[in-house]
Design a protein around this ligand. Structure first.
Ligand SMILES: Nc1nc2c(ncn2[C@@H]2O[C@H](COP(=O)(O)OP(=O)(O)O)[C@@H](O)[C@H]2O)c(=O)[nH]1
Ligand SMILES: [Mg+2]
Length: 487
């Protein structure tokens, strides 16, 4: 193997191979963070092999070849190929017309690339189909065995990132390919829904198969790859921290009267209070704008095109405004404030020794079971002045929203096209996030208490960043236990 592979010790050459139309070019785009080649749902969109630099570091480079892949007509020739005695030689010496025999021409081109250039083959399989039902896989593996380079198999087209189902699919493929010496590993790297925390496996697994200097090269490049992804993680943390600090510090002054008086008025007249409404709209508008900016920055830092849809802002606004059971919520809130008991929130604030203007503490939770609503009410600040700030419940909700959104960005592969806001997320992401927030409730409470009109921005930023780092690293490590070591 070592003699045949690319001789340069400072390069690792990976050839992307699969049956045509399985998603090689889409995966290349996801890994390279740019739109190389052409992606379309038909055979032989890519007709010539092309090399791209996956990563460079310290004079070392990993190259990724996107190839045309194997065509369907190859299977028809299986008998002749097998009986030829020297199958690879046989295929390479046929003269096929590029246009008339496109499928065979492409297969020849892919085989040439593996034979002449590759250190390793990254063979993609379409995980939406069961291995036993796909006729071409066995012949393609036979051809790869004749060439003899080590093969890393990756499942593509896995659909939603559902770990249990994907683990079963991996097992099925592992069993199907178990007798092949050339197959060194079977794992998942979906062009559409991979998480960046899975990408370093390519170069790590490559290093396992290489020897000597080339192995060291692959090891260093795997590390460089991880560092580059971690730099994006750090940048994302800065962006998310800025947003959370902004909302923790944001306040609005009220002109007169306590909030309780205002709410009593609203109840008595069964009318909306226009000042409260305005305050709420102002707070909301600022937060919605900052949130959209943050999301767009996250999208761009992850090498994706596109922007969050304005829809997001609109939906959240609707969730913010007085919507359902208004009287009921207000009554509960006012009643609670008057009796000095507005849920755990006010009790905690009292326990924390804070003093409040006129003794009025108000936690107002609107909406109820809305998912990731940006907004969920407001509260008097701890300054004692007639000011409002976002509630602790809102802060928790906002954290949940931004963690889930971060996960969506971290999984969104560029091969899928421009960014689209998630319509719904895998339920295990939500369970993971809820569990994280639940087990960190005290920590969230203390972060929230650092906010308000008198909060110290520098201290808050430092605290929020380190705590959010823990939460995001915790979520990714829970979803991908192997990635815990990255953080
Ligand atoms: N659902 C899904 N579709 C994919 C994935 N990767 C590629 N595709 C689609 O499969 C088709 C073929 O992709 P392409 O990258 O051109 O395949 P290639 O011939 O192997 O290079 C395109 O319609 C892609 O959008 C994936 O991970 N998930
Ligand atoms: Mg292609």
């Amino acid at each position: 193997m070592a003699e045949e592979s690319n001789g340069k010790q400072d390069e690792v050459i990976l050839s992307l191979i699969s049956h045509t139309n399985v998603g090689k070019t889409a995966l290349a785009r996801t890994l390279l963070r740019r739109d190389v080649g052409e992606v379309a749902d038909r055979a032989h969109v890519t007709v010539a092999s092309e090399a791209y630099t996956l990563i460079e570091s310290d004079g070392l480079a990993a190259k990724l070849w996107d190839t045309p892949g194997f065509g369907s007509n190859l299977a028809k020739l299986a008998k002749r190929i097998r009986s030829s005695g020297n199958p690879v030689g046989w295929i390479m010496h046929q003269v096929w017309d590029r246009f008339k025999d496109e499928s065979l021409w492409c297969s020849q081109e892919a085989i040439r690339n593996i034979k002449e250039d590759a250190d390793l083959v990254l063979y993609l399989v379409d995980a939406s189909q069961s291995p036993g039902t796909i006729g071409y896989v066995d012949l393609e593996m036979e051809i790869l065995s004749w060439i003899g380079k080590p093969v890393l198999v990756f499942l593509n087209q896995t659909g939603r990132p559902e770990p249990e189902r994907i683990a079963r699919e991996e097992e099925e493929w592992r069993a199907h390919l178990a007798n092949l010496d050339i197959v060194k590993s079977v794992s998942t790297l979906d062009a559409f829904t991979r998480c960046w925390t899975q990408e370093h496996h390519i170069l790590e697994k490559a290093a396992d198969q290489l020897e000597g200097e080339k192995q060291k090269t692959a090891d260093k490049l795997a590390d460089a790859w991880t560092q580059r992804n971690l730099a994006v993680f750090d940048k994302s943390l800065d962006e998310i921290t800025d947003l959370l600090v902004f909302s923790l510090l944001d306040t609005e002054k009220l002109k007169e009267n306590t909030v309780v008086d205002k709410l009593k008025n609203i109840l008595a007249t069964n009318d909306k209070d226009s000042e409260m409404e305005k305050v709420q709209q102002n707070m909301y508008k600022r937060l919605a704008e900052r949130t959209a900016e943050t999301i767009n920055r996250l999208i761009a830092s992850h090498g994706l095109d596109g922007q969050t849809a304005k829809e997001l802002a609109r939906t959240s606004r609707e969730e913010f405004t007085f919507q359902r059971n208004v009287e009921e919520s207000l009554y509960a809130a006012v009643g609670g404030a008057v009796s000095g008991l507005v849920g755990g929130l006010s009790a905690d604030l009292i326990a924390g020794g804070a003093t409040f203007g006129g003794g009025a503490i108000l936690g107002m939770i609107l909406g109820g079971g809305t998912t990731y609503a940006l907004a969920k009410g407001y509260n008097l600040t701890q300054t004692g002045a007639n000011e409002v700030r976002w509630t602790e419940a809102h802060f928790e909700n906002q954290l949940k929203f931004i963690i889930m959104l971060y996960l969506a960005v971290a999984h969104f592969g560029r091969g899928r096209g421009a960014w689209q806001d998630p319509e719904n997320n895998p339920s295990h992401w939500e369970a993971t996030t809820d569990e994280l927030l639940r087990s960190n409730k005290e920590m969230l409470k203390s972060l929230w208490k650092l906010g308000g009109a008198k909060g110290n921005p520098d201290k808050l930023r430092k605290e929020v960043r380190s705590k959010v780092r823990g939460l995001l690293a915790g979520a990714l490590s829970k979803l991908y236990p192997d990635s815990e070591r990255l953080f």
